[in-house]
Design a protein around this ligand. Structure first.
Ligand code: VG1
Ligand code: CO
Length: 543
């Protein structure tokens, strides 16, 4: 029996989506009416009756239960059809692709991305638009406003849908199509990259290690790298998605993907190493004995993308988030194509991609992607690197050295100070913002400040304005410091300090990044009074 029930509810404080959807501790999400309120608010804002949506998540704890609730609510709100990844699994880029491929009205992605998963860890939900990209601020703000006045939600009383095998089901009047989460995505990758060339390098003994960190890309990596491209068995490690990610912190950076880093810097290192995050939209790439910073990765991909079949016509433009280094700008200038600087978060790239102004986008936080979907895409970046390596027949180290020799090097690092008391972080930012007007002209660590501001962005396509997107301090020698508070954390505040210094070369291109940045780091502490405000003198995570 299926019957639509209208449940009386009341607003729950704090349902405000951050950089990428609503993220909270799992017990909060599992609390009474919590998920339901947010989903109903989403349907109330974007509309549900007669619509088709995609649904999937990264498989973390509560993913399966949440999927059943969302399906029952979609049915009760009159949705025509929902396309679900088998087992309620979809990587974020695969979900974005399915939304576009099927011409749907959008999708709901269940993930807290790189945050740990489990009964006491994090969960998250976000809505993506019909273009496959995360809802823009106007929509997320409307959803939030709706959560503050909600009085009821609708749910269908019904048995769970069997999501375990591919096929069509009926849930009340709604159709549920359970699809293979990997197949369409793998086909898309095959359309963009030279799979025969990649097969040839693996057949020729090229060795790789792909660490999926017990998160969602495992089955995707296995199918593409080992099954289709013939990479040696064992290339993919931690390739079974687990509800708690095996206790790992699925954030592909040198700190959390330590085992991969150790392997790549060992005597027996393979040719290429890569890792991806909880929901598969981030990537880290590592060469034998050399780490590729995400900002450099974006620049190298932009400079070489034309070597892959999907990009042989060249790029229309390159977009990067503001805290990302200017390395990609130098490539855009050399190619004579557009360059864009957006606030942090993939939602800001959507308009540029839709309007055909940018082809490749990237963030310093291990995110790169292109106009093939409307999310960043970890495996896409890894495959583009492989395609470039196959064509250029050089090592990662050689490619990086060539790049720096041509463009100069933007030394770059991000220092994170986690779980700071929110009041202390806010006080630090208030003082910092208050000091901005007096900074130009000041000399710190021998460097003269030329400008200081709080980044504001006007979208060149729709004219929308986003204020207070990060404090920037610029120096005469091209160095830069950026301060931001994270919008994805679930505990206290996380301060991110982004540090950059340009070396034109030919000398000084091979320094250790932390050493090259030492004066900028000291200046960053001095200007913001980080220790005085937060009691922290050293970061928790350095990338
Ligand atoms: C972080 C990153 C940002 C990224 C966002 C979502 O946001 O800095 O670049 O877009 O995570 O990535 P914040 O607000 O914590 O700095 V993911 O892989 O969570 O979808
Ligand atoms: Co992610």
């Amino acid at each position: 029996m299926t019957q639509i029930t209208t449940v009386t509810t009341a607003p729950i404080a704090g349902q405000k989506p951050g950089t990428s959807g609503l993220r909270k501790k799992t017990p909060v999400f599992m609390g009474r009416h919590y998920l339901e309120n947010f989903i109903q608010a989403t349907f109330d804002v974007v509309g549900c009756a007669g619509k088709t949506f995609v649904l999937g998540g990264d498989g973390r704890y509560f993913n399966d239960r949440a999927a059943q609730v969302i399906l029952r609510m979609a049915a009760a709100n009159g949705a025509a059809r929902v396309i679900v990844g088998q087992g309620a699994i979809l990587s974020t880029p695969a979900a974005s692709h399915l939304i576009r491929l099927n011409g749907t009205d959008g999708g709901i992605i269940m993930s807290a991305s790189h945050n740990p998963g489990g009964p006491e860890e994090d969960f998250g939900v976000k809505f993506n638009m019909p273009n496959g990209g995360p809802a823009p601020e106007g929509v997320t703000e409307a959803i939030y406003q709706r959560t503050t006045v909600i009085t009821e939600y609708k749910v269908l009383e019904a048995q769970d849908v069997d999501l375990g095998s591919v096929g069509r089901h009926q849930l009340g009047a709604m159709v549920v199509d359970v699809v293979d989460p990997v197949a369409d995505y793998a086909a898309l990758m095959e359309s963009l990259f030279d799979f025969p060339a990649l097969k040839a390098i693996f057949a020729g003994g090229f060795r790789m290690r792909m660490d999926s960190m017990c998160a969602v890309t495992g089955p995707y990596a296995m199918e593409i790298l080992e099954n289709r491209l013939g990479a040696a068995k064992g290339t993919c490690v931690n390739a079974t998605p687990l509800p708690d990610f095996g206790g790992m912190h699925p954030d592909p950076n040198p700190t959390w993907a330590e085992a991969l880093m150790d392997e790549m810097f060992s005597a027996a290192a393979p040719d290429f190493g890569a890792a991806s995050d909880g929901d598969g939209d981030r990537n880290m790439v590592v060469g034998r004995g050399i780490y590729v910073s995400p900002s450099d990765s974006l620049a190298v991909l932009a400079a070489n993308a034309h070597l892959a079949p999907g990009y042989k016509a060249g790029l229309k433009g390159v977009a990067r988030s503001m805290p990302t280094s200017a390395a990609a700008d130098r490539v855009a200038d050399a190619l004579g194509i557009g360059k864009y600087e957006t606030p942090t978060g993939w939602k800001f790239f959507g308009n540029l991609l839709d309007a055909g102004r940018a082809t490749i986008c990237g963030e310093e936080s291990f995110g790169t992607g292109s106009d093939h979907v409307r999310e960043k895409d970890g495996l896409w970046a890894i495959l583009l690197w492989l395609n470039i390596l196959a064509v250029r027949k050089q090592s990662v180290a050689e490619i990086l050295q060539d790049h720096w020799a041509k463009y100069g090097r933007n030394y770059y690092s991000r220092h994170d100070f986690e779980a700071i008391e929110t009041a202390k972080a806010d006080a630090m930012f208030a003082a910092l913002r208050g000091s901005l007007a007096n900074l130009p002209g000041r000399v710190v660590e021998g460097m003269t400040i030329t400008a200081a501001d709080d980044f504001a962005y006007t979208d060149p396509v729709d004219g929308s304005v986003s204020m207070k997107q990060g404090v920037r301090v610029m120096f005469a020698d091209g160095s830069r410091i950026v301060y931001r508070l994270s919008g994805t954390g679930t505990e206290g505040a996380t301060l991110r300090v982004y540090l950059e210094r340009y070396a034109a070369g030919p000398d000084g291109l091979d320094l250790d990044a932390q050493k090259a940045l030492a004066p900028v780091i000291r200046a960053a502490h001095a200007l913001a009074g980080i220790a005085a405000h937060t009691g922290r003198s050293a970061p928790d995570v350095v990338t």
